[in-house]
Design a protein around this ligand. Sequence first.
Ligand code: HPA
Length: 274
Amino acid sequence: MTRKSGRKSAGGNAERIRSQIGDRTPSLAIILGSGLGSLADELEERVMIPYAELSGWPRVGVAGHGGELAIGALAGRDVVMLKGRAHYYEHGRPDGMRTPIETLLHLGVRTLVLTNAAGSLRPSVGAGSVMLITDHIVWSGMNPLIGDEGDGRFVDLRDAYDPALCEIFRRAAAATKTMLHEGVYMWFSGPSFETPAEIRAARILGADAVGMSTVPEVILARRLGLQVAALSAITNLGAGMAEERLSHAHTQAQAERARHTLSAVLRQAVKELP
Ligand code: HPA
């Protein structure tokens, strides 16, 4: 399909996963971001598969990213959760999540929900808030499809964040009386946090949140035809917008605050998600 496709290993991985999950047939996958891995604990009768058992899957080295797959039931529905992702800043490859996403496709997944920890650019949307991503801006200048072949690489990213899925999340927020913010996510490469000047630039350019992940996965998933939605757990205000100093430990601790809100919305949404 593509130059760097992990197609073969993706098929083999899917077989391996299938052999461990009995008659479960998950069509929905959720990638858990920094500090959000414990959402996988909510899966009932879950089967855990370390990424190390799957070929072409990232070796996850960032604290707060577990590096394992959890398959089980959430609100009565079969779901695959990915605890941990590859980040561009770990190795300089924007397509580090290609094989995992191809594996999900082989497994029968058609809907991908991505979560992340992010800094907010809106003073009124502070740590502990949850934001539905409705669009993105690439600041890193990178794209996971560079080097792909064929016309399919010219992916149309209008409605990348599926409007119908966004509606489901809005309804889920209303049903659970949860405040769900919405906005544009801007992808910075990391691993250093942004400078205050970059944050001011991001605000001028129309971003509502900044982070170091998710966008390459969205592009890869859209390339493969998956329906995508994404949610940010806000862990801080952008650099220079508040007195606080930023660190990975801070991100993880604050993600915990948003976890409950995220969990409530997700539990409700999975009942309706395709
Ligand atoms: N910037 C980039 N990534 C982040 C941030 C931030 O402020 N907070 C959590 N992840």
